[in-house]
Design a protein around this ligand. Structure first.
Ligand code: GRG
Length: 309
């Protein structure tokens, strides 16, 4: 039974990744100015798990199986935002990374100025795609709601704010009376990584016409999955290898980051992951959707926690 579900999940992710990547290629097919678009394509069309886009599509399909097309522009917009955040995060002024998805980082290939501008252009393109293509597929009120939540997820309330907290907490973990608590770490993680993942689950469900109580459950499910995803990321930075990760492991310790695992230790972090997985499963049950509609979301949750990269 488990093997059968795994097999289906493999097929599901591979077919949906193909769909997402084909659409992203189309959205990125312009060439003026050539170096800008090349730099944008370099970071977007370079593999990656596509977890956020998959989550958006799977949430939409859980609510309404034929909603894949309706959610696709939003799923792609999310991947564009994710790619821009990686480009900027890798810059010397932030994490200063040379390797991403097994290839030199964007600024190593195109230079820092072009990497900054490619990120800016991807961010603008994400909204353009959501609004242009979403308009043909969803009601204006729904689309407005989705655009608003997307902006909240990525700005000072969400990803950018979380990144700034991450920087502010760097180097503090060893200091006595540093004031770092579980809720400080949770806030940082839930904004830096969790907000876009939460938006991915919520937006898919919103575009597919979920009820208010289902939307609440999808939103909370996404938030918990997002936190679990980042805790796993912190663990992989310690236990993973460059070949699997496609990026340099050990960077958190080298840059004295205040990570979840540094604060709680490996064993407790793994116990917390088990607990978060249980909470997320019970939130899915709260959607009152049939079990077979929720299988992919269960598998994505499991994948987010047990992945090797
Ligand atoms: C959004 C306006 C705006 C600015 C970005 C740089 C920055 C501000 C935020 C950093 C956010 C960041 C990079 C968080 C880390 C999230 C994370 C764990 C990324 C890795 O995601 P995966 O593993 O990557 O899904 P793949 O390669 O599989 O897509």
């Amino acid at each position: 039974m488990v093997a059968q579900i795994n097999l289906d999940f493999q097929e599901y992710t591979s077919s949906r990744r193909q769909l997402i990547e084909g659409q992203l290629s189309d959205y990125l097919s312009a060439n003026d100015p050539p170096q800008l678009w090349e730099s944008m394509r370099y970071s977007v069309l370079s593999g990656g798990k596509r977890l956020r886009a998959l989550l958006c599509l799977a949430s939409a399909e859980a609510v309404k199986p034929e909603a894949t097309t309706t959610a696709l522009p939003c799923a792609c917009a999310i991947e564009l935002i994710h790619a821009m955040s990686l480009i900027h995060d890798d810059l010397p002024a932030l994490d200063n990374d040379d390797l991403r998805r097994g290839r030199p980082t964007n600024h190593k290939v195109y230079g820092e100025a072009m990497a900054l501008l490619a990120g800016d252009a991807l961010l603008a393109l994400a909204s353009e795609i959501l609004l242009t293509h979403g308009k043909k597929l969803a009601d204006d009120a729904v689309l407005l709601d989705v655009a608003l939540e997307m902006n909240k997820a990525i700005g000072a309330h969400g990803m950018v704010g979380g990144q700034v907290s991450d920087m502010a907490l760097t180097g503090l973990a060893d200091l006595p009376q540093c004031g770092i608590t579980k809720s400080v770490l949770e806030d940082m993680h839930s904004r830096k990584t969790g907000a876009l993942i939460k938006f991915s689950a919520w937006s898919g469900a919103r575009l597919a016409g979920a009820s208010a109580s289902q939307l609440k459950a999808f939103s909370e499910f996404g938030a918990i999955l997002g936190l679990a995803f980042q805790i796993t990321d912190d663990l992989l930075d310690i236990t993973g290898c460059a070949a699997d990760l496609g990026k340099t492991p050990g960077k958190d310790a080298a840059s004295n980051k205040t990570t979840w695992v540094r604060f709680f230790g490996e064993k407790e972090s793994r116990q917390q992951l088990t607990e978060l997985q249980k909470q997320a499963i019970s939130l899915l049950a709260g959607t009152k959707l049939a079990d077979e509609r929720l299988i992919v979301l269960h598998s994505l949750l499991d994948y987010a926690i047990n992945r090797v990269n």
